[in-house]
Design a protein around this ligand. Structure first.
Ligand code: HEC
Length: 494
C-alpha cells in the first residue's frame, strides 16, 4: 500500500523547510512529487509478472481517450437538430479536411470498445478475477458495460440518416414492452410520441454530457478499486513462486500495454483510411419500406426480439434478458468459492460460453435471413445502393429562404423534383433568380402556381406573352415529359 500513498492522499505533508525556498529548491521539490507520482503509477507489483492477458483494461482506457478527442472534433461541426444534423454530418464526411477519417475513427472506435470490452470481461471471467475483494470492482465494471452500450445506442442516431432513424425507432419501441411505465419512458426518451429534433437533442445530451460524465466517474472508481485490490495475477501457482516472479508494472507491462495500443491505433487507422464509414440519405420518416438494422453487436439481440414480437413478448423481451443481465452482474455473489482455475468451474464457464455461442448463432441466423429472405433481401440491396449513391453525390449545402421552397417542393413531390431539374437546365434561373425570387430581368415565380392553372402555364410557356417576349423570354422547346414535369414544378410553387 505504501507505494500508493501519493495517489490515495495518505501522505502527510512535511512542514515547509525553514530556508527561503529558491527556484532550484522548488524545482527539486516539484520533481520529488513527480517521482512519487511516477512511483505510484508505474511500480504497481504484478504477481506472477507481466502478461499479454492484462492489456485489455488499458486498451479500453486508450480507446476512451480516442473517443473523447475524435468526439470533440465532430462536435465542432455537428448540429443536433432534425433539419441540420444530417447536413452537418455530410459536411464532415464530404468537405472537412480529414473529417471522414476522424468520423471513421470515432465510429470504428465504438466497435473496438465493444470488442475489447468483451475480451476484458472474458479475461476477468476466465481468470476468476472478480472473486474475493474484487466484487465491487466487478460491479463498477458492469456499470461501465451498461454505460458503453448506452453510448453506442445514443451515438447511432446522431447522423440522422435512414438507418439511424429507423434503427432507433425500433430500439426506443422496445421500451413500450415495460409494463405500466413503458409508454411514458418512450415519450421521455423521444421527447414526444414521434422522433424528431427533441429526440435528437435528448440523445445528443445523453451522448455528449450525461453518459460520459458517468463513464468518467465509474472509470475513476473502477481504476481506484483495482489499485486498492491489486492485480489478481495468474489463476494458479504456489504463493512463494508467485512472489518470486512478481514484477513491477514498469517496464514490461507498460510495454505490452503500449504494443496493444499501437495495434489498436494501426487497426483503426487502416480501417478509417481504406474503408471510411458511410453516411446514408437523410432520414425520411414517411418511408414505409425501410428495413432497419442496428449496429452489428446489437444484431443478435435484434434477432432474438423478432421471435417474441407476439404472444409472450414480455417474457422474451424483458424477463429473460433481465434475468441474464442480473446473473451476469451478480456473478461474484453467486460464485463465492475462492477457486479461480476455469477448468475447475465448469458450471459458470459453460453458462458463460453458452450465452456467447447463442449470441453468435443468433447473429448468424439474422445474417443468413437477410441474404435469403425474398421479402427483404431486395430492399436491403436497394438501401445499400442508396447509401452508395448518396456517398458519391457531392456535398449539397442547405438552402435557405425561398430556394428552400424549391428544395422542399423537389423533395416532397418527385415529378416537381424532375421539373426543377428542367428549370435549371433551361437556364430559367438566369432571369427568374437562383432562389426564384426574381431579378431585375424578370419577376418572382413564387406563387405562380396559385395564380395560373396548368393549361395557362403551358400556353404561356409555349407562346410567351408580349411582355415576356419583351423581357427576352423565348418559347420553351421541350418534349412532352419534360414540359409536364416543368409545369408540375411551377404549379407546386405556392
Ligand atoms: C431572358 C429572361 C427570361 C428567361 C431566360 C426566362 N424568363 Fe420567364 N419571364 C421573363 C419575363 C421578363 C417575364 C415577365 C413578363 C411580364 O409578365 O412582365 C417572365 C414570365 C414568366 C412566367 C409568367 C409569370 C407570371 O407571373 O405570369 C412564367 C411561368 C415563366 N416566365 C417561366 C419561365 C420558365 C419556366 C423559364 C425557363 C424555361 C423562363 N421563364 C425563362 C423572362 C425570362
Amino acid at each position: 500500500m505504501a507505494e500508493n500513498s501519493y495517489l490515495f492522499g495518505r501522505e502527510r505533508r512535511l512542514a515547509p523547510p525553514p530556508a527561503e525556498p529558491g527556484t532550484l529548491h522548488r524545482w527539486i521539490d516539484h520533481r520529488k512529487h513527480i517521482d512519487s507520482f511516477l512511483h505510484a503509477v508505474l511500480d504497481e507489483a504484478i504477481p506472477g509478472g507481466a502478461s499479454l492477458a492484462y492489456v485489455f483494461g488499458s486498451g479500453l482506457l486508450y480507446l476512451l481517450l480516442s473517443q473523447v478527442i475524435t468526439g470533440m472534433f465532430l462536435v465542432l461541426y455537428y448540429v443536433p437538430s432534425a433539419d441540420h444534423a444530417h447536413t452537418t454530418v455530410a459536411y464532415i464526411t464530404k468537405e472537412v479536411t480529414s473529417g471522414s477519417f476522424i468520423r471513421s475513427i470515432h465510429a470504428y472506435g465504438s466497435s473496438a470498445i465493444v470488442i475489447v470490452l468483451l475480451l476484458h470481461v472474458t479475461q476477468t471471467f476466465l481468470f476468476g478475477s472478480y472473486k474475493g475483494r474484487r466484487k465491487l470492482l466487478w460491479l463498477a465494471g458492469c456499470a461501465l458495460f451498461a454505460l458503453m452500450l448506452g453510448m453506442s445506442f445514443t451515438g447511432y442516431l446522431l447522423p440522422w440518416d435512414q438507418k439511424a432513424y429507423f434503427a432507433t425507432t425500433v430500439g426506443t419501441n422496445i421500451l413500450t414492452y415495460i409494463p405500466f411505465v413503458g409508454n411514458s419512458l418512450k415519450s421521455l426518451l423521444r421527447g414526444g410520441t414521434e422522433m424528431g429534433t427533441l429526440t435528437l437533442s435528448r440523445f445528443f445530451v445523453l451522448h455528449v454530457f450525461l453518459i460520459p460524465a458517468f463513464i468518467f466517474a465509474f472509470v475513476a472508481i473502477h481504476v481506484f478499486m483495482f489499485r486498492k485490490a491489486g492485480p489478481a495475477g495468474p489463476v494458479q501457482g504456489e504463493p512463494e513462486a508467485l512472489k518470486q516472479s512478481t514484477e513491477p508494472f514498469y517496464p514490461k507491462q507498460v510495454l505490452y500495454d503500449l504494443i496493444f495500443a499501437v495495434l489498436i491505433i494501426a487497426g483503426l487507422g487502416l480501417l478509417a483510411h481504406y474503408a471510411p464509414v458511410e453516411l446514408g440519405p437523410k432520414a425520411n420518416p414517411a418511408d414505409t419500406q425501410y428495413v432497419p438494422r442496428p449496429e452489428w453487436y446489437y444484431i443478435p439481440v435484434f434477432q432474438w426480439l423478432k421471435y417474441w414480437e407476439s404472444g409472450l413478448a414480455v417474457l422474451g423481451i424483458l424477463v429473460i434478458p433481465a434475468f441474464v443481465a442480473l446473473l451476469f452482474v451478480a456473478l461474484p455473489f453467486l460464485d463465492r468459492r475462492p477457486e479461480r482455475r476455469p477448468w475447475k468451474r465448469p458450471v459458470s464457464v459453460s453458462i458463460y460460453g453458452f450465452v456467447f455461442i447463442a449470441l453468435g448463432a443468433l447473429g448468424a441466423i439474422s445474417h443468413r435471413h437477410d441474404l435469403r429472405d425474398p421479402s427483404i433481401a431486395p430492399q436491403l440491396r436497394k438501401q445499400r445502393a442508396d447509401v452508395e449513391a448518396f456517398m458519391k453525390k457531392p456535398f449539397e449545402p442547405e438552402l435557405a429562404g425561398p430556394s428552400l421552397i424549391a428544395a422542399t417542393v423537389a423533395l416532397t413531390n418527385p415529378v416537381a423534383g424532375k421539373g426543377k431539374k428542367v428549370f435549371d437546365q433551361e437556364g430559367c434561373a438566369e432571369c427568374h433568380g437562383e432562389d426564384l425570387t426574381g431579378t431585375s430581368a424578370a419577376p418572382t415565380l413564387i406563387g405562380v402556381g396559385d395564380k395560373r392553372d396548368s393549361a395557362k402555364l403551358e400556353s404561356i410557356l409555349k407562346q410567351p406573352t408580349d411582355a415576356m417576349t419583351d423581357g427576352g423570354m423565348t418559347p420553351v422547346e421541350l418534349n412532352e415529359e419534360d414540359l409536364k414535369n416543368l409545369i408540375a414544378f411551377l404549379k407546386a410553387l405556392k
